[in-house]
Write a protein that binds this ligand. Structure first.
Ligand SMILES: *Cc1c(COP(=O)(O)O)cnc(C)c1O
Length: 360
């Protein structure tokens, strides 16, 4: 068995401890004679799994009692529609456009109402986070929407926008559980789990209770009403059982490591190593405004497409996989989520140093 260092943006690296434990439990989950994939979601066994997962997530984020935690399907992208369907009473909301995911979310919301662009960083290929202290938010807006960490471009909000009293909705897919987060500052936080938490397909929503209501937009499917899912403990229908089980293991892994403060420390250390190298390199450079840099996704280029392609190919040979940048931006991108060990980033930087000395 040979594991590589996997810098994929998602689906992405998971902790080896979690994978091993899941493998050990595959044939016979804790003496019940079947795998978690094969058991009824209504069984006592499974009830323990989902209840413990929720309790551990609540512990990690100190989720207040007046917020519901939902484990849903359809990935983050289905929530692009669910957000307006559940929240757009006035059929108007404000969107800050900081990349492809925010753009897609806004386009989806436009199907249901007026999704006003409050600010955008499209003018400089999303390489920064716009000023968000005094946005043109109007009284009739139902919410303000952000994508907090921009997976493709490698930017992150260092400060949340001034929403002028409106509820903040945040897509945290690629920074979920990478550092502590004050849930009370949000109306809704949601994220696809395949970046930092588990297998693709599961999306976790944390929603303030008063935003969960019966009167969704006309025509909202039963399955997409948050109320349906909240009233049924995320089990209105069969949930993505196995995915939630793996998420639960990752929550335990983070708790065992010491929680989100420790995650942040580890992530800062890894990112600093890479950014410091980029800032001093003769060959490589980061593509993002320094103050807005993400701890999770680090895009960089040499400035020469041919050299970029060779770097990606040679890195793969050396066991450093999935370093190719997103097809919309080119260059390279190293995603260094929670489960990427420091040793992986050290090996990447050493490889970059070597490549630099041979090619500049
Ligand atoms: C990956 C990603 C998505 C899309 O997730 P899916 O689960 O594939 O729908 C949305 N938002 C952000 C920030 C992402 O990184």
């Amino acid at each position: 068995m040979a594991r590589v260092y996997n810098f994929s943006a998602g689906p992405a690296v998971l902790p080896e401890e979690v994978l091993k434990e899941a493998a050990e439990e595959m044939m016979d989950y804790r003496g019940c004679g079947m795998s978690v994939m094969e058991m009824s979601h209504r069984s006592k066994m499974y009830d323990d799994i989902i209840t413990t997962a929720e309790a551990d997530l609540r512990k990690l984020l100190s989720v207040p009692d007046n917020y519901k935690v939902l484990f849903l399907q359809g990935g983050a992208s289905l929530q692009f529609a669910a957000v307006p369907m559940n929240l757009m009473k006035n059929k108007k909301a404000g969107y800050i456009v900081t990349g492809q995911w925010a753009k897609k979310a806004r386009a989806e919301a436009s199907i249901y109402g007026d999704a006003v662009e409050l600010a955008s960083s499209a003018d400089k290929t999303f390489s920064y986070i716009p000023e968000v202290d005094d946005l043109p938010i109007t009284d009739d807006m139902d919410y303000v929407y952000i994508c907090e960490n921009n997976t493709i471009y490698g930017t992150k909000y260092q400060n949340l926008p001034n929403t002028k009293g409106k509820d903040l909705v945040s897509d945290v897919s690629s920074c979920f559980l990478s550092e502590p987060m004050d849930v009370t500052k949000y109306g809704v936080v949601y994220g696809g789990v395949q970046k930092n938490i588990g297998p693709a397909g599961v999306v976790i929503n944390i929603i303030r209770e008063d935003l969960i209501r019966e009167d969704c937009l006309e025509g909202t499917p039963t399955m997409m009403k948050w109320k349906t899912q909240a009233d049924n403990g995320s089990m209105y229908n069969t949930p993505p059982c196995y995915g939630i089980y793996i998420c639960g293991k990752v929550f335990k892994w983070i708790l065992d490591m010491g929680g989100l403060e420790v995650m942040k420390e580890r992530n800062v250390k890894k990112a600093k190593l890479l950014y410091d190298f980029l800032d001093n390199s003769r060959l490589f450079r980061g593509t993002v405004v320094k103050k807005d840099r993400s701890l999770m996704n680090v895009p960089f280029v040499t400035g020469n497409d041919e050299l970029d392609a060779r770097f990606v190919a040679e890195a793969k040979e050396a066991g450093l996989e999935n370093l190719k940048g997103h097809r919309s931006v080119g260059g390279m991108r190293a995603s260094i989520y929670n489960a990427m060990p420091l040793a992986g980033v050290e090996k990447l930087v050493a490889f970059m140093e070597d490549f630099e000395s041979k090619n500049s």
